[in-house]
Design a binder for this molecule. Structure first.
Ligand code: FPP
Length: 244
């Protein structure tokens, strides 16, 4: 079934596609180990999976895809692994500059970008400038040097420093998060058999549905995405209320 047929099918069933899907891209290291390859080969394969899944989300009409590419804690990994992940991001952003109009996926990078190399930050600025000119429904958010607790602390500090701040409410604080203006994730997917949040989107995941699968991220396919969306469509979201 093509993605369009699938959309029609889901529309016909009266089911709703998630507007925002978030993914913890886990299992790259184990994928590489199983093949006797260095961990960095797992990240390279994981970056390719991201590219494929982002295109699929665009075809399905998903509005936001947010992926965890590098956490505030990932600096603890070996210098070689950190630099390989940064290298993959650089390669991806360089290619995105060439292909963004064709691929038609808007890209945003979320996180504390201050420790990144000036070269990488300049690339991010270039991508985000092209971003503004694209007419697309789909935005991919790459979380880099991102931590959920760190994001909340930063938001509180930014709110406090803002002379135009409003009264402190949930909606007011949300305006100072990296995800300001975006809907909260409806569905959070974690592959590789781990079942924890790992400091990802702590504020935004308050009412998200979770989907876990044993598939390692580099092996994650469009069919796995279909399965996650189908599982989501069967969930009964009550947001703390009772079923009507
Ligand atoms: C988690 O797997 C994955 C990461 C910490 C890095 C994810 C980064 C990429 C896929 C590359 C850069 C991204 C883009 C979009 C260009 P793990 O290493 O913790 O796996 P393991 O648990 O099997 O060791």
């Amino acid at each position: 079934m093509t993605s369009t047929e699938r959309q029609q099918k889901t529309a016909g069933q009266g089911t709703v596609l998630p507007r925002h899907i978030a993914i913890i891209m886990d299992g790259n290291g184990r994928w590489a180990k199983k093949r006797g390859l260095p961990r960095t080969a797992g990240h390279a394969a994981g970056a390719e999976t991201f590219r494929r899944i982002a295109s699929y989300c665009r075809d399905l009409g998903i509005e936001y895809l947010t992926v965890y590419a590098f956490s505030t804690e990932n600096w603890k990994r070996s210098a070689e692994e950190v630099s390989a992940i940064m290298g993959l991001l650089k390669k991806y952003l360089e290619e995105a500059i060439e292909k963004m109009r064709r691929e038609n996926v808007r890209i945003r990078v979320l996180g504390d970008l201050s420790p990144l190399s000036p070269e990488l930050r300049a690339l991010i600025d270039r991508v985000e400038a092209i971003d503004e000119t694209l007419e697309t429904r789909t935005q991919a958010n790459l979380c880099v040097n991102y931590g959920g607790r760190d994001e909340i602390v930063r938001a509180v500090k930014a709110w406090q420093a803002d002379p135009d701040r409003g009264e402190l409410t949930e909606a007011e604080l949300s305006k100072y998060l990296y995800t300001a203006g975006m809907p909260d994730p409806d569905l959070i997917i974690r592959p590789s058999g781990e079942e924890r949040i790992s400091n990802f989107l702590l504020w935004q995941s308050a009412y998200s549905e979770f989907y876990f699968t044993d598939v390692l991220w580099p092996d994650f396919t469009e069919r796995d995405m279909d399965a996650a969306i189908e599982a989501y469509q069967k969930r009964d979201r009550r947001y703390g209320g009772v079923k009507k």
